[in-house]
Design a protein around this ligand. Structure first.
Ligand code: RP5
Length: 175
């Protein structure tokens, strides 16, 4: 990947991505854009790119190895089918990896879910729901982690939750 820094030095400069959003194919974007939109909503610096586990294994290893030194705090990884990307990413970095099962053509993402959630003991991937909700929630979970050390982000997260509470309280039924 030509856009990757090769520096070993941790980078904390403002604007540098804190969350990496990776996916196995551009066909995953319809789902994974919901993670990116959520990070953008909270003003969390992020990046998004295709890193295919089976078509770009060397790039996957390079991304994982450079993620920490580049200053990433978490990686959201989405893939479909035999979804190796999140697990292999977790195998190559100690950073938190949040896995998003993408709906697949033949098994509707149950294959993706099982591939991601069934990590053997010792190398965890935090696994979210299949599809758009999982992508959005993975981003919200990353926001929650970052908010532990960012009071301004914590305030935004509380406001986001309060909006949902108000919206639910305002719900009406047709009876
Ligand atoms: C996986 O295979 C990707 O994550 C995607 O969900 C699925 C299909 O990829 P394409 O054939 O659309 O590139 O690697």
């Amino acid at each position: 990947m030509s856009t990757l820094s090769t520096s070993d030095t941790p980078s904390a400069a403002p604007g540098n991505p804190l969350v990496g959003v990776v996916m196995g194919s551009s066909s995953d974007w319809d789902t994974m854009q919901h993670a990116v939109q959520m990070l953008a909503h909270f003003g969390v610096a992020h990046e998004a790119r295709v890193v295919s586990a089976h078509r770009m294994p060397d790039d996957l290893f390079a991304y994982a190895e450079q993620a920490g030194p580049r200053g990433l705090q978490a990686i959201i990884a989405g893939a479909g089918g035999a979804a190796h990307l999140p697990g292999m990413m977790a195998a190559k970095t100690p950073l938190p990896v949040l896995g998003v099962p993408v709906t697949s053509r033949h098994l509707q993402g149950v294959d993706s879910l099982h591939s991601i959630v069934q990590m053997p003991k010792g190398v965890p991937v935090a696994t979210f729901a299949i599809g758009n909700a999982g992508a959005a929630n993975a981003a919200l979970f990353a926001v929650s982690m970052l908010a532990l050390h960012d009071p301004s982000l914590a305030t935004k997260l509380r406001a986001f939750r309060a909006e949902q509470t108000e919206a639910a309280r305002a719900m009406t039924l047709p009876v």
